[in-house]
Design a protein around this ligand. Structure first.
Ligand code: SF4
Length: 441
């Protein structure tokens, strides 16, 4: 028996498609040994529809839905049973069932071998679901060996803990994780790190790596003897005033932390379920990391209910004064399943068209903002992203990284990528166009 696991092409984001599909490597690791597994990532290769396989599994997020549907249709035309899973599938199961024979609406760690056997037998359920969130301690390691390792920016992805305690209204994680976090055994984490290439930095994929400071400290202590370098892809501003934690992060090889600031408007944070972020602490938090030489990537969202055009101006001012090393600036999306989307529907503010899933790309505005016009949000986002991605601002960030020896090589690459991403969103720009946008604001 053979199963093909597929990551559909993602048309969104600056780097999403440059990292391997960790979720599929994890699923491959959970697949019983007597079943052959292949992984295909449409971001780096064409899908082979004619390879003889008995089952196809497709992971789906909103940004890949349109490609996932085409892939599902192609395999089903060939008579191959197709199953879909992922956060988009949880939110839109009926739509996915038009393109798949079965859907999985929960985490599958404990169920996957049963599900796969039922799918092979032909006696399967259309919908697999469970209210329980399975434990992730002692699981088989992800099958990194099945990924096409030469084609990615890095292969060193590792999940330390899975989930998030919070339920921010705009975030799919808040819905998917059901307010819980599951932790791995530290010895499993170390084992996984050791099978990867220790000469390259690792990326820890957690939504909030330091949600439980004591667990995080234990992990960091265990990492110190490995002498690796690592980058954290998600942490909350509320959990980072613990100096010992930050020191241990540095000693264990932390180069950079991504922090979700979202906005500089405290009322907006409260209104959107993220009141645990305290704007007054932002500056101190960045300094705490900088004091030990850890770089900070600030993540911001534009268009939250409560924010207006002045908030966008304030956000840019804050960023310029903040000494942040790298930036992620995103338009707010009405992700399926989120409380924010439900609110938009109730208030008749969701802009829907026939190809809705194709619209989750870059800077498309898909809702009527609460405290500004669509045009203001559009101009404000364009102005802010162009202003912060111009070569002068990127150079300042890179120069600081060199001066203070905060992962300069990594910060250089990230800023170049950010600048390319903004150009891809808005095309080429010149100073007079930017000034016109500013003048209107
Ligand atoms: S935005 Fe961050 S803190 Fe909020 S629910 Fe999502 S992952 Fe958790």
């Amino acid at each position: 028996m053979k199963v093909k696991l597929i990551a559909p092409k993602c048309d969104w984001g600056s780097a999403t498609n440059k990292y391997p599909p960790y979720v599929l490597a994890t699923l491959a690791g959970l697949t019983p040994d007597d079943i052959d597994v292949v992984i295909q990532d449409q971001n780096i290769e064409e899908i082979d529809y004619d390879e003889p396989v008995d089952l196809v599994g497709i992971t789906v997020i909103v940004h890949t839905a349109k490609n996932a549907f085409k892939i599902g249709d192609e395999f089903r035309k060939r008579g191959i049973t197709t199953v879909m899973g992922g956060v988009f599938v949880e939110a839109c199961p009926n739509e996915c069932l038009k393109h798949a024979d079965s859907v999985v609406l929960c985490e599958v760690e404990e169920m996957w071998s049963d599900i796969i056997n039922e799918l092979f037998s032909g006696n399967y359920k259309k919908i697999y679901n469970s209210d329980e969130r399975p434990e992730i301690k002692g699981l088989p390691l992800p099958r990194h060996d099945l990924l096409n390792q030469n084609k990615y920016l890095t292969n060193n992805l590792v999940m330390i803990s899975k989930g998030c305690l919070n339920r921010c209204h705009f975030c799919t994680g808040g819905v998917h994780w059901k307010g819980q976090v599951k932790t791995r055994n530290i010895e499993d984490i170390i084992k996984e790190i050791k099978v990867l290439d220790s000469s390259q930095p690792y990326i820890f994929l957690d939504d909030n790596l330091i949600w439980n400071p004591e667990y995080a400290k234990e992990v960091f202590r265990a990492l110190i003897p490995l002498k690796i370098k690592w980058i954290c892809s998600g942490a909350c501003v509320d959990s980072v005033d613990d100096k010992e934690l930050i020191r241990l992060a540095k000693d264990s090889g932390c180069l950079a932390m991504l922090l979700g600031f979202e906005t500089v408007n405290e009322k907006t944070l409260k209104r959107n379920g993220k009141g645990f972020n305290k704007v007054d602490n932002y500056k101190k938090t960045i300094e705490n990391f900088h004091d030990v030489g850890i770089a900070v990537q600030g993540s911001f969202i534009f268009g939250l209910d409560g924010d207006d055009i002045n908030t966008i101006v304030d956000t840019v001012k804050f960023i310029e004064q903040s000494q942040l090393d790298m930036l992620t600036l995103n338009m707010l999306y009405p992700y399926p399943g989120t409380p924010f989307r439900k609110k938009l529907i109730n208030e008749n503010r969701l802009i829907i068209d026939d190809n809705e899933w194709d619209n989750f790309t870059y800077n498309r505005i898909m809702f009527i903002p609460k405290n500004m016009s669509i045009d203001e949000l559009d101009r404000g986002f364009k102005w802010a992203t162009i202003k912060l991605a111009n070569s002068e601002e990127c150079s300042k960030r890179i120069a600081r990284a060199v001066k203070y020896d905060r992962a300069p090589e990594y910060i250089f690459k990230q800023n170049m990528q950010f600048s390319r991403h903004v150009r891809k969103m808005h095309g080429k720009w010149n100073e007079s166009e930017l000034n016109k946008l500013i003048n209107k604001i």
